[in-house]
Ligand binder design. Structure first.
Ligand SMILES: [Fe+2]
Length: 214
């Protein structure tokens, strides 16, 4: 199996990180969260010598999907979204495929596990690549985590996603977050357990104080 290509781009006024995930062997590519500058993402895929065949959505907030409609006019590809995404957020477009953590996604011959990590929105999901690469969306940032005060958000659910799902991953896991809010664009889970204040709470109560201020 070839090694996953991960291209990380900071695009747009909210420091979004968008990703292109490619299989160097088959030259197929998935776009994670098509937003802000779809022309650039498509040019990049072409420049690298890849064909866009899929879209993966970490969640459906507008800053992660505002380029989806345009992308679909350029590339008729399936769009994988969590079955649990907050209905008012779901893009009203054809081609959406609902997935859960029981499913797997693939790009070429490379397979990803889906981790359902609600809390920021009900349909937040992370994608775990074969060499411990975690596309973490707005669930986990470098030295931060997603807000839980927006419609559909729930801090107690986020606590579970962080502590019972993501923190169970190996320390070598490399985190590729949905925004560039940290001192570095990526980091390992092991280091984040040491420096990320949202990963150092000893109870739900402590997490609620850290995240919500009460
Ligand atoms: Fe978000």
């Amino acid at each position: 199996m070839s090694r996953l290509l991960i291209q990380q781009y900071e695009i747009g006024p909210l420091n979004n990180f968008l990703y292109l995930l490619g299989d160097p062997e088959t030259r197929e590519m998935a776009v994670v969260d098509p937003a802000w500058d779809v022309d650039f993402l498509c040019r990049e895929a072409k420049r690298l010598g890849y064909k866009i065949t899929k879209v993966f959505l970490t969640h459906a907030h507008p800053d992660h999907v505002n380029g989806l409609e345009k992308l679909l006019t350029l590339h008729k590809v399936p769009v994988y979204i969590s079955k649990f995404e907050y209905p008012p957020l779901r893009p009203r477009l054809q081609g959406l495929v609902d997935v859960t953590s029981k499913d797997k996604l693939s790009v070429g011959k490379i397979t990803f596990d889906i981790l359902h990590t609600p809390g920021h929105t009900p349909g937040c999901q992370c994608f775990l690549g074969p060499q411990d690469q975690l596309i973490s969306g707005d669930t986990l940032f470098i030295d931060g985590c997603g807000r839980c005060d927006l419609p559909g958000g729930d801090p107690a659910v986020m606590y579970h996603s962080l502590y019972e799902v993501l923190m169970k991953l190996p320390d070598e896991t490399v985190i590729y977050p949905g925004h560039n809010y940290g001192a570095t664009p990526t980091d390992t889970m092991g280091r984040q357990k040491q420096t990320n204040p949202y990963l150092q709470c000893r109870s739900l109560k402590e997490f609620l104080v850290e995240r919500m201020g009460f």
